[in-house]
Design a protein around this ligand. Structure first.
Ligand SMILES: Cc1ncc(COP(=O)(O)O)c(C=O)c1O
Length: 374
């Protein structure tokens, strides 16, 4: 069986988890959490990241920090996971769905300005498939109109935009370390606080609205309630898994890149014959081999291919069902034609199996079956 995803876990992660359980503490902000921060600082130059219980809660924290309020409008691509929109809808804001680019399937930055209203507060970008959005024009538009930008970099840990790491490209970057991502802690995430003035509030929001962190840092001797917040910090046992993953960062990246490059090379002939479209990498991007998507000519060809692969125990995955035409989107009054590119791609994109421990034979089998069917 070839699943679409499988986390790469070794004895190293098991050793750290056991140590965290037996010799550390199992609640949050312990030894392993601090070690993860060191790794992000040394590897990506990220000075301020807070681990969270998920990518979803990282986005929720960012929405509180951005002071998103009831009645605000928020621009967001429709081609994303529900969490991106839920995070600000939980604060009472309205999604203004933006269509995507035909090449990267990221938010179409040329449409963003036309969607701004007097109520617009923020732009949420999504680095789909680990390929960062074209952030410079988006940040410029935001600056011109006094908006805040939140980068949903759930899939983009380690990717770069013009030499800068995804997650560091606007006020807040949100990562996911869910087991389907490149680097995992079961369920988990991280919020990158790129503007230091937000850091104190972020620590309070993450600790149920209290200044408990200041007690741990020896700055005050008792803690109390200062703000709204929730239990956004993960167990140190989960951070121990993440520490192991960060120590294996290069190994995991290289193995994923092998799979990604094999697909790109071995499916090129089918693209030349017009039977599918391969991922497009703009020259400003260095990607992290998070996903390999192919675009099939029709919805029917996609569903037939999914079925044929499944018959041979190979699990390809239909990625996002567009948000604007989902039951929630329809209830909000959106029509499928609001985002025509998203609607079209939502029916034709297929995500192939990709994980670090995929063998050469597994990759060859997927490639062969695609050739056979197409
Ligand atoms: C773009 C995007 N945003 C947010 C999330 C949510 O992350 P998590 O599953 O860690 O809550 C995901 C996860 O699938 C995602 O792909």
């Amino acid at each position: 069986m070839i699943p679409f995803n499988k986390a790469s876990i070794t004895d190293l992660e098991v050793k750290y988890v056991t140590d965290a359980l037996l010799n550390g503490k199992s609640s949050g902000d312990g030894r392993y959490t601090m070690k993860v921060y060191e790794e992000f600082k040394n590897r990506f130059g990220i000075e301020r990241m807070l681990l969270t219980t998920s990518g979803t809660t990282a986005l929720e924290m960012a929405s509180i920090l951005a002071d998103i309020k009831p009645g605000d409008d928020v621009i967001v691509p429709s081609f994303t996971f529900s969490s991106t929109a839920n995070s600000f809808m939980l604060r009472g804001a309205n999604p203004i769905f933006c269509d995507i680019r035909r090449d990267t399937m990221n938010i179409d930055e040329t449409l963003v300005e036309s969607l701004i209203t007097p109520k617009t507060k923020a732009i949420y970008t999504v680095d789909y498939a680990g390929i960062p959005c074209d952030m410079d024009p988006i940040n410029e538009i935001a600056k011109k109109h006094g908006l805040i930008v939140i980068e949903d970099a759930a899939q983009a840990v380690g990717s770069k935009y013009k030499g800068r790491y995804a997650g560091t490209l606007s006020e807040f970057g949100c990562y996911s370390f869910h087991e389907t991502k490149n680097y995992v802690m079961g369920e988990g995430g991280g919020i990158v606080i790129n503007d230091p003035s937000y850091m104190d509030r972020a620590e309070i929001i993450r600790e149920k609205g209290t200044n408990r962190r200041q007690v741990l840092n020896g700055l005050v001797d008792k803690y109390t309630w200062h703000d709204i917040g929730s239990s956004f910090l993960p167990s140190d046992v989960l951070a121990a898994i993440m520490y192991g993953q960060m120590q294996r960062y290069d190994e995991i990246m290289e193995k994923r890149m092998f799979v990604w490059n094999s697909y790109a090379e071995e499916l090129k002939d089918l693209e030349k014959e017009g039977k599918l479209v391969l991922p497009v990498l703009p020259d400003y991007v260095e990607h992290n081999a998070h996903m390999f998507n192919i675009i099939l000519p029709t919805a029917k060809i996609r569903s037939d291919l999914v079925y044929k692969l499944k018959e041979k125990d190979v699990y390809a995955y239909i990625c996002y069902v567009p948000l604007h035409s989902s039951p929630v989107g329809i209830k909000l009054g959106y029509k499928p034609e609001t985002c025509p590119v998203t609607e079209d791609y939502g029916e034709r994109v297929l995500r192939l199996p990709l994980y670090a421990d995929m063998t050469k034979d597994d990759v060859a089998k997927v490639i062969e079956l695609i050739h056979e069917y197409l």
